[in-house]
Design a protein around this ligand. Structure first.
Ligand code: DGL
Length: 270
């Protein structure tokens, strides 16, 4: 396996760019091929089977582009499809999801009761509860679906009256009462992390998966002697459906100016 091969990163849309951005910062020598399935967004409202099918097809697309590793930069896809991705492709690339690094980090911080906010698909999967109770049978975790947050963030509604009111309503849900740690289990949410922290006034530790996922990727590559020594080709950012709106919103999620390229893998019947 050549270490100069690219890293594939995928999400339902552009939210996974928060993870791609963290990878780019931590591992600037790695070439990134990003795929945002904007034709099917939001995954958070899709069925388990649909998310598994989309994730398998996108992973095949990334493997065809010779990716040495694939980062599932979407909680909805990580919870629904990670097992089937390993089943089909584990021998072809290193797979990293956004769930395991967040759970590991959460278990390392002092906590008595943890809260978690995410899409419907992630909450309904029950994957976080399963992982926490396996690691610590006494762990107390309360999960709340917060579906309004993705469209709110994509519209750039951050630190304004609407975002304050939506967040206030969600965060005062009785299920999140008395938490001391809040997990942001959606790759869009790092964009409102500072606002959530300020709503809690520092009384709740807020964690998201971006940096932890980038570090998990670095460790997995280092273990296999697969860290790239230098980038020879440019990164690529593909979306399955292009609109000016996605292109504009991209600027919220990625630190550098990037060009979205349309690549509709869903037209290909194979
Ligand atoms: N970024 C996706 C996630 O982490 C949420 C967006 C969607 O529902 O497609 O689950």
């Amino acid at each position: 396996m050549e270490a100069s091969r690219p890293i594939g990163v995928f999400d339902s849309g552009i939210g996974g760019l928060t993870v791609a951005s963290a990878i780019h910062r931590l591992l600037p020598e790695e070439r990134i091929i990003y795929f945002g399935d904007t034709a099917h967004l939001p995954y958070g409202e899709k069925s388990h089977d649909a998310i598994r099918y989309f994730s398998l097809r996108i992973s095949r697309f990334l493997l065809e582009r010779d990716c040495k590793a694939i980062v599932v930069a979407c909680n909805s896809a990580s919870t629904a499809a990670y097992d089937v991705l390993l089943e089909f492709f584990e021998d072809k690339a290193v797979f990293v999801n956004v769930v395991d690094p967040l759970v590991k980090a959460a278990l390392e911080v002092p906590h008595s009761k943890m809260g978690l906010i995410a899409t419907h698909a992630t909450v309904q999967s029950g994957v976080y509860e399963k992982l926490f109770s396996r690691a610590d049978p006494n762990a107390r975790l309360s999960c709340l679906a917060t579906p309004l947050l993705v469209p709110m963030i994509e519209e750039g509604f951050v630190h304004n009256d609407i975002s304050r009111s939506v967040l206030d309503t969600y965060l005062s849900d009785p299920s999140l009462k008395d938490i001391d740690v809040l997990l942001l289990a959606c790759t869009h949410y790092p964009l409102i992390r500072a606002e959530i922290e300020s709503q809690y006034g520092g009384t709740v530790r807020v964690l998201d998966a971006t940096e932890y996922t980038a570090r998990a990727l670095r460790n997995a590559l280092a273990e296999r002697n697969q860290l790239s020594a230098g980038k020879k080709e440019a990164d690529h950012f593909y979306v399955s459906d292009y609109s000016e709106n996605f292109a504009r919103t991209t600027r919220l999620f990625y630190t550098e100016n990037i060009v979205l390229e349309r690549c509709n893998i869903w037209n290909d019947p194979t």
